[in-house]
Design a protein around this ligand. Structure first.
Ligand code: ATP
Ligand code: MG
Length: 189
């Protein structure tokens, strides 16, 4: 099994690149953002809770998010491999992922970091907001999400570096170029 974490700021292209990797390698894709938006659409209790955080640009509490992740994982695997997209977003989530996978006799093979300058992220997300219909793709909430990323998620770069798992890739330019850079890392793992 090759379990990969695709990492980057909001708007860094995690979802887009994950789709390309799924098509090439046949990995399962776990996007916690998609899982939560699915729950909101269904109108479940979990969806209602998630919405109250997402609309404010905040993170869902770790304990809840970790349970959701484990349930999603167990519904899909054992399998070829998983791309974790949007998880972990905090250090406790990274630690939980590590022990969850260890309990299942597997581990993260690599963390793929998409590097995109801040002004480009802002521009991409504002543009996406014009068509995505996502309540959190408006300028005020985007700013909040980028701050949350800086404060709570960015420390994971050093965490994965210490684990010897971090691989940084340039996250802008042609989609195919970014994809090729990611594939090169994956094939080396
Ligand atoms: P990208 O554009 O790169 O796909 P994103 O930040 O725009 O990333 P999602 O990953 O879809 O969007 O997440 C949307 C929202 O869902 C987050 O702002 C957060 O409120 C919630 N969320 C998603 N994953 C997590 C998580 N692991 N922990 C806590 N909250 C999460
Ligand atoms: Mg996404």
């Amino acid at each position: 099994m090759k379990n990969l974490v695709i990492f980057g700021a909001p708007g860094s292209g995690k979802g887009t690149q994950s789709d390309l990797l799924v098509a090439k390698y046949g990995f399962k894709h776990i996007s916690t953002g998609d899982v939560l938006r699915g729950e909101i659409k269904k109108g479940s209790e979990l969806g209602q809770t998630a919405k109250s955080y997402i609309d404010k640009g905040q993170l869902i509490p770790d304990s809840l998010m970790i349970d959701i992740l484990a349930a999603t994982y167990d519904a899909l695997c054992p399998c070829e491999g998983v791309i974790f997209d949007g998880f972990p977003r905090t250090i406790p989530q990274a630690e939980a992922l590590k022990s969850m996978l260890a309990e299942r006799h597997t581990q993260v093979a690599g963390m793929l970091e998409l590097q995109v300058p801040n002004d480009m992220l802002m521009e991409r997300l504002i543009n996406r907001g014009k068509t995505s219909g996502r309540a959190d793709d408006n300028e005020e909430t985007i700013r909040k999400r980028l701050t949350v990323y800086e404060d709570q998620t960015k420390p994971l770069i050093a965490w994965y570096e210490k684990e010897g798992l971090r691989h940084a890739v340039k996250g802008y330019g042609a989609l195919e170029e970014i994809n090729a850079a990611l594939c090169e890392v994956i094939d080396s793992l």
